[in-house]
Write a protein that binds this ligand. Sequence first.
Ligand code: PLP
Ligand code: SF4
Length: 445
Amino acid sequence: MKYKSYVLNNYSTIPQIDKLSEESKHNIEIVSSVLPFKVNNYVIDELIDWDNYENDPMFNLTFPQKDMLLPHHFNEMKAALEQSNDKNYHMEVSNKIRLQLNPSPAGQKEHNIPVIDNEKLYGVQHKYRETALFFPSAGQTCHSYCTYCFRWAQFAGMEELKFAMKETELMIKYLEKHQEVTDLLFTGGDPMTMSYKVFKKYIDPFISDQNKTNIQTIRIGTKVLSYWPYKFLTDKDADDFLRLFEAITSKGINLAFMAHFTHPVELGTEALRQSIIRLRNTGVQIRTQSPVVKHINDKAEIWSDMWRKQVNLNCIPYYMFIARNTGAQHYFAVSLFDAWKIFRNAYQNVSGVCRTVRGPSMSCTPGKVQILGVSEINQEKVFVLRFIQGRNPDWVARPFFAKFDENAIWMNTLKPAFEEKFFFEEEEFKYFRENYNDSEWESFE
Ligand SMILES: *Cc1c(COP(=O)(O)O)cnc(C)c1O
Ligand code: SF4
């Protein structure tokens, strides 16, 4: 199967395009002038139900929707496109809107960037003790773009927001100094958009016997299994990849795909099934994760179905996330309360082998906060929360409480219950005061 992708400039050549209403096409043109849009032939031919596209989860996952922009942003972009043919002017307007969409949530751009030999390692994030994230610059794209993507700013052509790193050398040096790091997580974008030749260049130094790092698990954060399973079937370097994976796992390194699956439809194709079989035969482990998002997967049955199908395919359910506070969050947001109900109802309806999943979880500045549930203590209704991961490892697995708020969609609006401050706040504040200036502090949620 030959990969073919469509973006704003050529989307009118999609074979099924006549199924779309004029209005849908118009909306695509306006919204994708602000938020990135890309979809490929596998998603179009095998995943989307074109006869019912308006309610189709895969269509909603990959094609821009009108309400993803707030009405005033939509109208502003629409007017700009109508008033002028000047591309630079369009760009100016769209960049202005983008900057109002919190392009870099949870301090992704400024915080957590390690330093070695007085040099900042852009392209690396080290927030939680055991795991370092690596953003190889060649993997800062995806086979299709998710409409809810929280890394959208990396794809939208705003160069200064990209964090990427060309060389692995500094990274190795850093990891050698930081023996507490056992996990290296390749992320992006999608590192599995790289060709074998490029990917091998990136990964070789980490698996070479020469390095003195303490890496025991290499994870690859990817949506390739959903968006392009042919990567490991018919792409010309498919077999090279599989041999490389096998070489890694036979060294005793745990190689894990952190596979992003949003909807059970993505688990139903023969191409996916075959691709997973081939990967699993190399010793690769597949763990799964996704945010819970309105219009796509905000129902408990969808999640229980998804977890069950994943286990049947020998994948391990891992995380359910809350959609981040960026981009089109207002459109996709599911309240914390609803997310918890969805999680709980889905979790209750599957057996223990599916219950390896954890969530719903918010990746915030202090850490990954899990909503354990809603409870009542001393006649006060509260959210029971805990850190799955914390900037300070001591915070992890300590239950804490926030005032119940039915409409809250993110940590920043939660108020502590029974106390003036959340237990970690003092320490967080001190950390930021020491490391960042006031203007950066203001942007801290
Ligand atoms: C989620 C995440 C990790 C990985 O956490 P695990 O709980 O080990 O899966 C690492 N770094 C950052 C910044 C993360 O958000
Ligand atoms: S696969 Fe991940 S990084 Fe790529 S568009 Fe989707 S959410 Fe964004």
